[in-house]
Design a binder for this molecule. Structure first.
Ligand SMILES: [Zn+2]
Length: 449
């Protein structure tokens, strides 16, 4: 066994994070070239031989491999280089200046997810510089385009360069942050994530003059149907991984909350109960998060109709962001949607990515994370988690690499990951990042030794 988890490593990772945050790799439109070059230079400097793989004119992915003895299958460390757009005027500190204030480093990408890119990069660079020859190859993959559906990034990379990025497990985003619930701090490990089904609902109707209103106006009729898609419009389902997550949380909290176990058991037996139960939860983030665990969801997002204010258009369409529980399919989701919207709406699927679920969710790597966390965050249970969103797990799942979402960061009580990512003033506590870097280093060291 060796250890690389020390202050020098954390210093290096922090320096890398600041430099990455200063690169505005905003997606859309998406341009990861500068960030990718920064990463590739760092890898070269450590003696590795990175490949910059360009999927599209401005879209760059970086892959490098530290050769091991080959006794065990490879581990992939991965993160995405792109970030979501910003409204700079709403930020306390500029989003691309790398400002440290009040113990936090501010910047778009601070928690989603240049933090994990920087710490993974520091870890593989350190392994290379120390000449460590682990039992497994360690692959590092910094990818493009996660924020717009992974098509120019991990989906492309896994499809076109499978041999370069295929491993037994990929350690990426989706968990690892402190989750404060009911006086206990949990550390979720993402072992599942919902699927995606983006589709378009449309209707046609007779066009006409705006001065003569008509009830069969396509805009009116589609709007009436779309209005049925309230957050609990689709049926509830039982999903084993959801029960594993909530069961683990309940186990930790039950000693202090009389009746909690019985309540959980009744919701698991009859998931529709969650919808009346959440009315007692004042926190909207927790409430919406819980609802999303029990059903497929459909959010109307882009409504299009008409060209001119005085013309009743002949058609209207609405894009719908659908998310699927593990165990559900595009067909089962479309059938649920059809039941709500009715038969006269045309539904066209634009993009589907199935849900991802590790099986079994408690993998040997998960167990390694648990054992490291028992030392680094005693008293804070590690729990299996299903992300309602999606990550690069989709691409890696397609090539048979099991995703383990654990990008460790310690957040103080009162600071929630859900309030930081994609938000104004995205930031990361400096101490929490340093702790995370050392934690990741320890997990990697144990896993590859
Ligand atoms: Zn992300």
């Amino acid at each position: 066994m060796f250890s690389i988890a020390d202050a020098t490593l954390a210093d290096h990772a922090f320096d890398l994070l600041v430099r990455l945050l200063k690169v505005p790799s905003i997606n859309p439109p998406g341009d990861e070239r500068i960030a990718a070059e920064l990463v590739a230079d760092e890898l070269r400097d450590a003696g590795l031989e990175p490949q910059v793989l360009v999927s599209d004119e401005r879209r760059a992915n970086v892959v490098a491999r530290l050769k091991g003895t080959g006794d065990k299958p490879p581990l992939v460390l991965t993160g995405h280089l792109d970030v979501v757009p910003v409204e700079p005027e709403k930020w306390t500190h500029p989003p691309f200046d790398g400002v440290v204030a009040d113990g936090c480093l501010y910047g778009r990408g601070a928690v989603d997810m240049k933090n994990h890119v920087a710490m993974s990069l520091a870890v593989i660079a350190r392994l290379a510089r120390e000449g460590i020859r682990p039992k497994r190859d360690v692959i590092f993959a910094a990818v493009a385009d996660e924020e717009q559906g992974c098509r120019a990034g991990s989906l492309w990379l896994c499809r076109e360069h499978r041999d370069l990025v295929h491993g037994e497990y990929a350690l990426g985003e989706g968990g690892g942050f402190s989750l404060h619930l009911g006086g206990t701090t949990f550390y979720p490990v993402q072992v599942a994530e919902k699927g995606v089904c983006w589709l378009r609902a449309s209707l046609e109707g007779p066009p006409g003059h705006g001065s003569m209103p008509r009830a069969d106006n396509a805009v009116l009729r589609l709007a009436e149907k779309i209005a049925r898609l309230h957050p609990t419009a689709l049926p509830t389902h039982r999903t084993p991984i959801v029960e594993a997550f909530l069961g683990a949380v309940v186990d930790a909290l039950a000693p202090n909350v009389p009746g909690l176990r019985e309540l959980a058991a009744s919701v698991f037996a009859q998931p529709a109960l969650v919808r009346t139960l959440v009315d007692r939860i004042p926190d909207p983030t927790v409430k919406l998060g819980l609802l999303a665990m029990f059903s497929n969801t459909a959010s109307p997002t882009v409504f299009r109709a008409g060209q001119s204010v005085n013309v009743i258009p002949g058609s209207a369409s609405c894009e719908i962001d659908g998310r699927l529980l593990p165990g559900q399919s595009e067909a089962s989701f479309v059938a649920e949607l059809r039941a709500v919207l009715g038969d006269d709406v045309t539904l066209e699927v634009d993009h589907t990515m199935p849900a991802v679920e590790a099986s079994p969710w408690k993998s040997p790597l998960y167990a390694t994370i648990e054992s490291v966390m028992a030392e680094r965050a005693p008293g804070c249970p590690v729990v299996p988690y299903m992300l309602p969103g999606f990550t690069d797990a989709k691409g890696f799942a397609q090539i048979g690499t099991t995703w383990v979402g654990f990008a460790p960061v310690k957040l103080p009580k009162g600071m929630r990951f859900a309030d930081l990512f994609h938000a104004h003033d995205e930031r990361i506590p400096v101490d929490g990042f340093r702790w995370g870097t050392e934690t990741l280093a320890e997990i990697v060291a144990r896993w590859i030794a």
